[in-house]
Design a protein around this ligand. Structure first.
Ligand SMILES: NC(=O)C1=CN([C@@H]2O[C@H](COP(=O)(O)OP(=O)(O)OC[C@H]3O[C@@H](n4cnc5c(N)ncnc54)[C@H](OP(=O)(O)O)[C@@H]3O)[C@@H](O)[C@H]2O)C=CC1
Ligand SMILES: CC(=O)[C@@H](O)[C@H](O)COP(=O)(O)O
Ligand SMILES: [Mn+2]
Length: 382
């Protein structure tokens, strides 16, 4: 039996993690969970999974919730609440499926408490990959990828020598606007941007897929998870999202991981690693029905956010922190219809241009740069 803590239980990855736990009650037990603002769903989840600890984002929700959940579930709130969930004594594994750089402090706390980390929350690795990976090494803790591309690479590296891997090839669907020219992007709506061709995901990552910032964040995530230089991380457009990513070895062999686009597969693999369990869905990949898979070279001028991510990643230090904070803030404004689609990349570019790089930032410096960047974006928009 594996005891699990879950950050972001009400989200897309969070609810799919609970699907996996529900399907395998003899293998997994939910010990603690956090939610943001979706209190109704949180109450249902607590009744079904009976965790000992629940964290909510705000104090008002905390006041409401303590009367709504059984007394066997202790309720906490805020950032300290996230840290309590992440470090729950009985859990051996933390699934980090919260959204955004708010996941950084709980991840570091969980590592320091010796928990294995199943990481979906890519913003944490982007904003402070050096701190997370150094701490994981120091505490001898595994960082298991949940993101589909990184799970694919992790599986393609299984049993191989990472030093013999010559190139990581991330696949990209191209997002909601992959068939449109840049000129066609001027007046696109939030609703159109939220219409991902292959995956059903949370709103923020779906917009990131449309701008292709998602792939940029994933390049930086891959750099940290697999300790691979940016020069050896490539992206290829693959519109079917069947090959989830590949590793090319020094002898020219390329090992790919394939599957239907279903996040419950990489979530479950992170929970069962190094073993596998019966899959939750009976849907299997049917190659003869698919017929063909397609690959296209990426145009960096069309998808500028990918260039920003490579540049910020190569500069290192606080540049990826700025990239991430600017993107999180800009996407939130876009979702509120207060910024147009193309303005997202414009404000990110401005934030990167004005920043003075700190080469090896501490946690305090990362937190300060994240806050300053968000303040800058707010000031340009108001
Ligand atoms: N969805 C997917 O298929 C994939 C997602 N990822 C990554 O996984 C992470 C989660 O994505 P996804 O599940 O789509 O996102 P969602 O928006 O669906 O869910 C986010 C979760 O985080 C909670 N949350 C948001 N902000 C806060 C906050 N400030 N404090 C506490 N809790 C908060 C939300 O709570 P509530 O809803 O209650 O407000 C919700 O539980 C992201 O980093 C994403 O990039 C990676 C690969 C695939
Ligand atoms: C499911 C998942 O891992 C997402 O990150 C997905 O990869 C988004 O797809 P694209 O960014 O390739 O559109
Ligand atoms: Mn992904």
């Amino acid at each position: 039996m594996k005891h699990i803590s879950l950050l972001g239980a009400t989200g897309s990855i969070g609810t799919q993690t609970l699907d996996v736990i529900r399907k395998h009650p003899n293998h997994f037990k939910l010990e603690s969970m956090s939610v943001g603002k979706n209190i109704e769903l949180a109450i249902e989840q607590v009744h079904e999974f009976t965790p000992k600890l629940l964290s909510v984002q705000s104090e008002e929700d905390y006041d409401k919730l303590i009367h709504e959940v059984p007394s066997s579930t202790r309720v906490v709130h805020g950032n300290d609440g996230l840290i309590e969930v992440a470090t729950t004594e009985k859990s051996e594994i933390l699934v980090n499926a919260v959204l955004g750089s708010v996941g950084l402090s709980p991840t570091l706390a969980a590592i320091q408490a010796g928990k294995t980390i199943a990481i979906a929350n890519k913003e944490t690795l982007v904003t402070a990959g050096h701190l997370v990976t150094e701490e994981a090494k120091r505490y001898n803790v595994s960082l298991l990828p949940v993101d589909s591309e990184h799970s694919a690479i992790f599986q393609a590296l299984n049993g191989e020598n990472i030093k013999e891997a010559d190139r990581l090839i991330l696949t990209a669907s191209g997002g909601s606007f992959r068939d449109r020219s840049r000129e066609d992007l001027v007046n696109v709506t939030v609703r159109e941007a939220l219409n991902h061709p292959n995956w059903s995901m949370g709103a923020k990552i779906t917009i990131d897929s449309a701008t292709m910032m998602n792939k940029g964040l994933e390049v930086i995530e891959a750099r940290w998870l697999f300790d691979m230089p940016y020069e050896k991380i490539d992206v290829v457009l693959h519109k079917e999202s069947i090959i989830h990513s590949m590793v090319e070895y020094i002898d020219g062999s390329v090992i790919a991981q394939l599957g239907t686009p279903d996040m419950r597969v990489p979530i479950q693999y992170a929970l069962t690693y190094p073993k596998r369990l019966q899959s939750i869905s009976h849907e299997r990949l049917n190659l003869w029905e698919l017929g063909a898979l397609h690959f296209t070279k990426l145009d960096m001028d069309r998808f500028r956010c990918i260039s920003f991510a490579y540049e910020a990643g190569k500069l290192g230090g606080t540049m990826p922190t700025v990239l991430n904070a600017a993107n999180e803030t800009a996407v939130a404004y876009f979702l509120e219809n207060r910024l147009s689609f193309l303005e997202i990349e414009h404000v990110i570019e401005q934030a990167l241009e004005r920043h003075s790089l700190i080469k090896k930032p501490t946690l305090e410096e990362i937190i300060a740069v994240d806050a300053e960047t968000r303040a800058f974006i707010h000031s340009t928009i108001k």
